[in-house]
Ligand binder design. Structure first.
Ligand SMILES: CN1CCN(C(=O)c2nonc2N)CC1
Length: 250
């Protein structure tokens, strides 16, 4: 998957390009990440990249010409590198809320150009002319778009085939198939008297699968019942959830 990033702080993205799952994916060529910095398009002595808002008020906006030039070059590069027109995304609290389904859509869609805003944001005419979709990682205000951009890129990249060493781990992650993840355990078997559930030591793979599914269903019921609304459970899932509820509130 090809992803272009427009950011005043491309070095922040080394957390993605040099570490972990995404770092290995970049190294293996499963993910191509390229960067454009609006500051590289500034022509004045101070390399200005911000500008004052019409109508006054606190803060600055990203300067239109340097931002647009960076977006346009990223878009052109995407078309050369992939033969496809990219989807240009801007991160902002006004955008569609990112969830696992949205990450899946992005992972299976066209190449992306991800625009990370700074200051108070970007001119609305740039949104209208150059941005295809606005996305948000949550209802809070951050200092810039780089962290949201990295969240979006990481969530999507994990779902690109071949990125995860063991594809199952993506499926077992929370929010895959729409349920919260089950509890996990590793050595030692006893931590200050808290023992690993015996089923996980049994080697009985069928029982282990059912236990994990039951725990996922039960946790989702307890912590995020909204995720179960409108969801049709199959016979096994319904039976396991009923068992969990019975044990939880006998
Ligand atoms: C200009 N800049 C303001 C802060 N910002 C966010 O708070 C944000 N982005 O995506 N989800 C969010 N929440 C990004 C853009």
């Amino acid at each position: 998957m090809w992803i272009g990033v427009v950011s005043l702080f491309p070095e922040m993205f080394e957390a993605l390009t040099r570490q972990g799952v995404t770092g290995r994916a970049v190294e293996k060529g499963r993910i191509d990440l390229e960067f454009w910095n609006p500051r590289d398009y500034a022509t004045d002595r101070h390399r200005t990249v911000d500008d004052r808002p019409y109508g006054g008020g606190p803060g600055m906006l990203m300067k239109v010409d340097t931002l647009r030039a960076a977006i346009h070059d990223a878009r052109s590069r995407a078309e050369i590198a992939t033969g496809q027109r990219p989807k240009v995304i801007y991160l902002s609290p006004q955008g569609r809320r990112l969830d696992q389904r949205g990450a899946g859509e992005l992972a299976s869609g066209p190449p992306l150009v991800v625009v990370a805003g700074r200051y108070e944001g970007i001119d609305e005419r740039v949104v209208e002319a150059d941005i295809d979709e606005e996305w948000s990682i949550g209802d809070y205000v951050l200092s810039g778009g780089e962290l949201p951009a990295m969240v979006l890129i990481d969530a999507a990249a994990r779902l690109v085939p071949g990125v995860l060493g063991h594809q199952d781990s993506a499926l077992e992650d929370s929010f895959n198939d729409g349920l919260l993840d089950c509890p996990h355990y590793t050595r030692p078997e006893d931590v200050e008297g808290r023992r690993v559930p015996e089923v996980l030591l049994s080697g009985h793979h069928g029982a282990i699968r059912r236990w994990r599914l039951k725990q996922s269903l039960g946790r989702t019921w307890l912590r995020r019942p909204d995720l179960l609304e409108g969801r049709t459970l199959n016979d096994e899932q319904r039976e396991l959830l009923e068992e969990f509820i019975e044990e939880y509130a006998p």
